[in-house]
Design a binder for this molecule. Structure first.
Ligand code: NAP
Length: 246
């Protein structure tokens, strides 16, 4: 459990299904904390007192500009991600591949950019803000399908590979953090299947009791974050706090 409740909290991807629910959850659990929210599109509404900034995680200048306004952070959750998207104008359509025949270089590069490189850029400009003298957490939303040893179904090349890359980035950040901020914990989190736009086209195959609302998920994830141990830094944990195999 937290030795003390977090004082300064940042949710990245606050316009998303899970990100927005996380913001509500942390504002309820930690009413005295200063809460910061970053997203590319402005959320329709925000809990009172939350300080919002426009950030595209693929645009390093926007991350730097927003990071410069935050002095210190002891809880950061990166809740951005891409699984599918319709193509329009100059934007490439992205959809999970059922076969290697569907692999498309531009769509795969976009998945890497949003799912792996973006969170790495956020870490680059945020991790120096974690305190050296007390517990802090940097968490990024990953996915069980990023596990290499757990891959029995195949398919979803770009999403799986980009989340596996994110998991490796998390492990590598944790190694460096253990020297620079020895009390900081860096993890990936698998939220389960959550009723958001990201999972919407794939929900038919999910049992009703395994499809969580965003609010349930936010409750699960903040509970997992509160119970994190330093020895778990670098790992990926699921919504129930169980380690996801590598
Ligand atoms: N939902 C599930 O069942 C499920 C399962 C396993 C893992 N996850 C993971 O959980 C995380 C949250 O997913 P979700 O279900 O909440 O998805 P979501 O509702 O689609 O939200 C995704 C968020 O990512 C943001 N985003 C995408 N590209 C961005 C960029 N370049 N810069 C800034 N923000 C960007 C989107 O912002 P815009 O609104 O501006 O596009 C949106 O807020 C993701 O990492 C996902 O892979 C979800």
């Amino acid at each position: 459990m937290y030795v003390s409740t977090p004082r300064n909290i940042l949710i990245v991807g606050a316009s998303g299904g899970v990100g927005r629910a996380l913001l509500d959850e942390i504002c309820q659990r930690y009413p005295d904390a200063a809460s910061f929210a970053w997203s590319r599109t402005m959320p329709v509404s925000l809990p009172a007192g939350v300080r919002w900034a426009s950030v595209d995680i693929t645009d390093e200048a926007s991350i730097m500009k927003a990071a410069a306004t935050i002095p210190e952070l002891d809880l950061v959750v990166v809740a951005t991600g891409l699984l599918h998207r319709p193509g329009h104008d100059a934007m490439q359509a992205v959809s999970p591949e059922k076969s290697w025949r569907a692999i498309d270089a531009a769509a795969m590069a976009e998945s890497y950019l949003i799912n792996a490189i973006g969170p790495a850029l956020v870490a680059k400009h945020i991790l120096s803000k974690l305190p050296r003298d007390r517990r802090s957490v940097f968490a990024a939303l990953s996915a069980r399908v990023g596990s290499i040893s757990d891959n029995r179904l195949g398919g979803w090349y770009s999403y799986r590979a980009s989340k596996a890359a994110l998991n490796q980035i998390i492990r590598t950040l944790a190694v460096e953090l253990s020297v620079k901020s020895p009390k900081a914990i860096c993890v990936g989190l698998h939220p389960g299947t959550v009723d958001t736009p990201l999972s919407q086209p794939f929900q038919a195959i999910v049992a009703a009791d395994r499809l969580f609302t965003p609010a349930q998920t936010a409750n699960h994830l903040v509970t997992v974050i509160e119970a994190l141990q330093l020895s778990q830094s670098g790992r990926v944990l699921d919504w129930a706090g169980k380690v996801v195999p590598e």
